[in-house]
Design a protein around this ligand. Structure first.
Ligand code: RIB
Length: 285
């Protein structure tokens, strides 16, 4: 295995998760729920995922100077993710996500960005790693600064959907979207000829290059318990597999297995699988 250094550039949240049998519709209340808090945030989730896959990982992001931060960082600290360059703000709260999960594992997420929204270009310096994996829960100008002169691998998961992806596309080694995001970014991506991964939930994922399918995986069906964080783990696994020089097919298999395993447990970071667990599942595809 090639020894890599990866930087996850993104958000850090504390997730407040309620599992109910169905998701609430507007103006309605669903009772009988089960509540937990979990460390989350797309950037933090990716950092824990790559670390658990055996990759030396740094997380660049921001938290508030509060108890939410202690809880949000607990698994990252325990796993040995490098947090030495995190920014801690005294005057803003750590990011918070309210997550509803139904009995099919489907979720709804509302985020109060807090410190993540205040993580600006001046908070980052030169990044010493083989790759950057990032998402859209921090200001896009911070991402632009990080990747514009960067020489390594750049994975962009433009989630949630925001304007501004077009400015970042020239620097991307791979763009990773789900089906909804693929539709939302249709116009922006119409001129993109680089590597593009589109995830399709339980239906697997497709990898395109130059708009042509180069790999397509449909994993065995597994009943989902909680799909939250599956996309983050998929992005982490696909990125490091490509960086390690795996074939498109192998990389997509590994990423689909990683994402599928996350759906088997409640919560985001507690559900992140280890490399041997991912390899065991992907060998059955
Ligand atoms: O992708 C899942 C993540 O989205 C959650 O952990 C939540 O914090 C939101 O950022």
């Amino acid at each position: 295995m090639v020894s890599l250094k990866v930087c996850s550039l993104g958000s850090i949240n504390l997730d407040f998760t309620i599992q109910t049998h169905s998701l609430p519709t507007a103006g309605n209340t669903v009772g009988g729920g089960h509540f937990n808090t979990f460390p989350g945030g797309k950037g933090a989730n990716v950092a824990l995922a790559t670390k658990k896959m055996g990759v030396d990982t740094t997380l660049l992001g921001a938290v508030g100077n509060d108890d939410f931060a202690n809880e949000a960082l607990v698994l990252l600290k325990k796993s040995g993710v490098d947090l030495s360059n995190l920014v801690i703000f005294d005057d803003v709260s750590t990011g918070i996500a309210f997550i509803n999960v139904d009995e099919s594992g489907e979720n709804q997420i509302a985020v109060a960005s807090g410190a993540n929204a205040n993580f600006f270009p001046e908070h980052i310096g030169a990044i010493d790693s083989d790759g950057i994996i990032t998402q859209f829960e921090i200001p896009l100008e911070t991402i632009f600064k990080a990747i514009k002169d960067y020489k390594g691998f750049v994975a962009i998961n433009p989630s949630p959907v925001l304007d501004g992806l077009d400015k970042l596309l020239p620097y991307a080694s791979v763009i990773i979207v789900n089906e909804g995001e693929y539709q939302a970014y249709a116009e922006t991506l119409s001129s993109y000829t680089g590597l593009l991964a589109v995830t399709k939930g339980a239906e697997g994922a497709v990898l395109f290059k130059n708009k042509i399918t180069v790999a397509s995986i449909k994993p065995p069906q597994m009943k989902a318990i909680d799909t939250t964080g599956a996309g983050d783990c998929f992005a982490a696994a696909l990125s490091i597999s490509l960086m390690e020089g795996k074939s498109y097919e192998e990389a997509l298999e590994f990423a689909c297995a990683a994402g599928a395993l996350v759906t088997q447990k409640v919560g985001t970071q507690p559900a992140m699988p280890s490399r041997p667990e991912i390899e065991k599942l992907s060998s059955t595809f």
